[in-house]
Design a protein around this ligand. Structure first.
Ligand code: 2BA
Length: 108
C-alpha cells in the first residue's frame, strides 16, 4: 500500500475529489497554505493499493491545471528608504505529488 500526498490549487480540488471518489478512491482533504505564496491550497491524502497509484496520478493530471499567478511578494528598495511592490509571475501547479510506502494500515 502507498500513501499519496497531493498538493493542488483550491480551484481544482472539487472536480479532482469528485473524480477520485467516483473511481472508488478514498480521499481526505486538508486545507493547507503554500510557504512561498502564503495563500491557500488543498492537500489530499489517499491510501491506495500499489496498482492504483498510476491510475490515481492520471486522474490528478486530468484535473489539475498549471496557472500563472501574479504576486507582489517581491519588494524593490527605492531611494529614500521606500519600498515598491514588484509584480512577480509565478507558475503554480498542476499538482505536487508525493508517493510514500505505508508500513501498516489499521482500521478500527
Ligand atoms: P507555494 O509554496 O505557495 O508555492 C507556489 C509556487 O511558487 C510554486 O508552485 C512555485 O512555482 C513557486 N515557488 C515556490 N517556492 C519558490 C521559490 N523559493 N522561488 C521561486 N518560486 C517559488 P508549485 O511548485 O506548483 O507548488 C505549489 C504548492 O505546492 C506550494 O505552494 C507548496 O504548498 C506545495 N509544494 C510544492 N513543492 C513542495 C515540496 N517540495 N514540499 C512541500 N510542499 C511543496
Amino acid at each position: 500500500m502507498k500513501l499519496i500526498i497531493c498538493i493542488v490549487q483550491d480551484q481544482d480540488a472539487g472536480s479532482l475529489i469528485d473524480d477520485l471518489t467516483e473511481k472508488d478512491y478514498r480521499v481526505t482533504k486538508l486545507s493547507s497554505t503554500g510557504g512561498f505564496l502564503k495563500s491557500g491550497n488543498t492537500t489530499l491524502l489517499m491510501g491506495v493499493d500499489d496498482d492504483k497509484v498510476e491510475p490515481a496520478i492520471g486522474i490528478i493530471e486530468d484535473n489539475c491545471k498549471t496557472r500563472e499567478i501574479t504576486t507582489s511578494l517581491l519588494t524593490v528598495a527605492m531611494p529614500g528608504d521606500t519600498y515598491m511592490p514588484f509584480p512577480l509571475e509565478v507558475k503554480v501547479g498542476g499538482a505536487t505529488v508525493f508517493v510514500l510506502d505505508v508500513e501498516k494500515h489499521i482500521k478500527i
